[in-house]
Write a protein of this length. Structure first.
Length: 581
């Protein structure tokens, strides 16, 4: 999250509630979204939400941004939340919302506060004999709310204007505090009904403090735990950002003085140019030295880590045992202790003041570290290969760059890029929905204007959500999209191959002309050699009026060594026989 993350905006800057004005349910919602810092909300129109969209438009401080479909709308909001701290998406009942639910599941898995707002049936139709369009064709319209409850931290249905302020505040507050999505359903005849004016926004955004006694006890015990260790190492995980603890983790690491390794899903959450950065830890496919440092350590301090089958390479790399200390957003566990109701950043800040220096893993790392060998440029007319694509992308990564890496070999290509201070890296590794990166790029770019956005995406993934490039053209988003056309689902080929991994080829570069439709400034270019790629990159850097998609054509089996190793391990984990009951 960049520039003005929600949690760092002082309350007084969040916009004071103008309680002299008459509010409707929709304009109340708009005011709250604006007060929490949103400058945009994403939407797809439908008759259940049209009156609501009008109300949201009446707030001139926020821009309404349209998406091509509701799945993309949800993922655009998800990308915006990554850049901006929170986001909102507005959709119509069922046909819209149920598509958006997939992206909302993603926001849950990825710890992002996305507010999904759905139009809903007129209150006069509830409990009546009326059958309604866009429903299951029964008289029960509650199923959408019931589904939403499973995939959000708060789900509310607004069928009365007088209840609306409290319900809206509850949903937004819970999402911001828990860093999870929330759901607000508004009956279509209620969004323009008058309601109370918003009160101070502090009621929505103020966090509960850590429990001081628990914090003191946790810090005392953790300091004693670390005093008993010679070679601790820190492992950074992807929940660190949601916990708002990135800065606290740096201070803590400097106080301990040990090596810091970072999980792939948390790349960029600890600066890669920091002297204690020891590389990406990903079991067998770790950066050189990172795995050894974790394996040789006697304590692994896990900060916001998520160990799933992918991040542990089929359960082959799970730090375990009495040497593991796990510190999460609101909970710290280790060696017979389990403390809750303490914020990770409070814990790290207090522990940093108590710990003794433990630099043995840095000394060890300095002895084994190896510099990356400089890559030789390919001949300009040689057939394009994956390694040459990565080599040419490296110099594009500036401190104001964000790399958005799609599920597929793009994960492994992206992880290989070194980040200067300030550069960010976004992956959706827990949910892993192919196609996420196209709308997420769109949303992220709107949430972080001024940053250079570089997206890496495979051909198979692109086919799911390609339409959102048209919205980038519409809003003149100058993202650079490297589309790796390896003619299929290579990541799946490496896990388990079959005819289902072959896809219909598209003219990906040519598609941009169709999306431009005469008035857009998107550029679509195809590179089949290193020379063509270099020329295409020049065009992309010069195009400030829209996205540039560079279709990079490579062989089907030209992938990273990391994908091959990872795929084999994941395949073994998937293929385990059922355990006897
Ligand atoms: O570079 P490469 O070829 O590995 O990537 P590409 O071409 O984007 O292929 C991705 C293939 C893939 C699939 C089909 N990766 N994961 N899946 C499974 C999958 C299916 N449907 C959704 C929505 N998400 C998935 N991850
Ligand atoms: Mg592919």
């Amino acid at each position: 999250m960049l520039d003005t993350p929600i949690h760092s905006i002082p309350n007084k800057l969040r916009g004071a509630a103008a309680n002299t004005k008459a509010y409707t349910v929709g304009s109340y919602l708009a005011e709250r979204l604006f007060q929490i810092g949103l400058k945009h909300h994403f939407a797809v129109a439908g008759d259940y939400n049209l009156a609501l969209l009008d109300q949201l438009l009446s707030n001139k401080s926020m821009e309404q941004v349209y998406c091509s479909n509701e799945l993309n709308c949800g993922f655009s909001a998800e990308g915006y939340a990554r850049a901006h701290g929170a986001a909102a998406a507005v959709v119509t009942f069922s046909v819209g919302a149920i598509s958006a639910f997939n992206a909302i599941g993603g926001a849950y898995a990825e710890n992002l506060p996305v507010i999904l707002i759905s139009g809903a049936p007129n209150t006069n139709d509830l409990g009546s004999e009326h059958l309604l369009h866009h429903t299951l064709g029964t008289h029960d319209f509650s199923y959408q709310l019931e589904i939403a409850k499973k995939i959000t931290c708060a789900a509310v249905s607004i069928t009365s204007a007088s209840d609306a302020p409290a319900l809206i505040d509850h949903a937004i507050r819970t999402a911001l505090l828990e860093k999870k999505p929330a759901y607000i359903e508004i009956a279509c005849n209620i969004s323009s009904a008058l309601c109370a004016a918003p009160g101070p926004i502090s009621a929505v955004v103020t966090e509960n403090p850590s429990d001081q006694q628990t914090l003191d006890a946790a810090v005392e015990a953790a300091a004693a735990f670390l005093r008993g260790k010679q070679k601790p190492v820190i492992l950074i995980g992807s929940k660190l950002r949601a916990a708002g603890a990135e800065k606290a983790a740096i201070d803590f690491a400097e106080a301990v003085g040990c090596s810091v390794t970072v999980m792939a899903a948390a790349k960029s959450f600890f600066p890669e140019d920091h002297p204690q950065f020891t590389g990406i830890y990903w079991g067998e496919i770790s950066a050189p030295g990172a795995r050894e440092i974790v394996d040789w350590s006697d304590a692994v301090v896990c900060l916001g880590t998520i160990f799933n089958d992918y991040s542990t390479i089929g359960w082959t790399a799970v730090p375990s045992g009495a040497g593991v200390l796990t510190a999460d957003t609101n909970r710290v566990r280790f060696d017979g202790h389990d403390f809750s109701r303490i914020h990770l950043r409070d814990f790290l800040a207090a522990l940093a003041r108590k710990v003794e220096k433990r630099g043995a893993t840095m000394i060890e790392y300095e002895r084994i570290r190896s510099e990356r060998r400089p890559e030789k440029p390919a001949a300009r007319d040689a057939k394009l290969v994956r390694a040459e694509i990565v080599r040419q992308i490296r110099p594009l990564v500036t401190p104001d760059t964000t790399i958005i890496a799609e599920t597929g070999d793009s994960w492994f290509n992206g992880v290989q890029l070194s980040l200067p201070r300030g550069a960010r890296f976004e992956v959706e590794m827990q949910w892993g929905h192919i196609g996420w990166s196209v709308p997420a790029t769109f949303g992220y770019a709107l949430g972080a204007p001024g940053r250079r956005i570089i997206s890496l995406i495979g051909d198979g993934s692109f086919q799911l959500t390609a339409q959102e490039v048209a919205q980038m053209i519409r809003l003149k988003v100058p993202a650079i999209i490297f589309l790796i056309n390896n003619h299929g689902y290579t990541i799946e080929v490496e896990i388990h191959d079959g005819p289902y991994n072959n896809i219909k080829n598209w003219d990906y570069a040519g598609l941009i002309k169709a999306f431009n439709a005469g008035d857009g400034h998107g550029r679509g270019l195809r590179a089949t050699t290193g020379g063509e790629l270099a020329e295409a990159i020049k065009v992309a850097l010069a195009n400030t009026q829209g996205p540039t998609l560079i279709e990079c054509v490579i062989d089907r089996d030209d992938c990273t060594a990391e994908l091959l190793t990872w795929g084999r391990r994941v395949s073994t984990a998937n293929g385990r026989a059922p355990s006897p009951r």
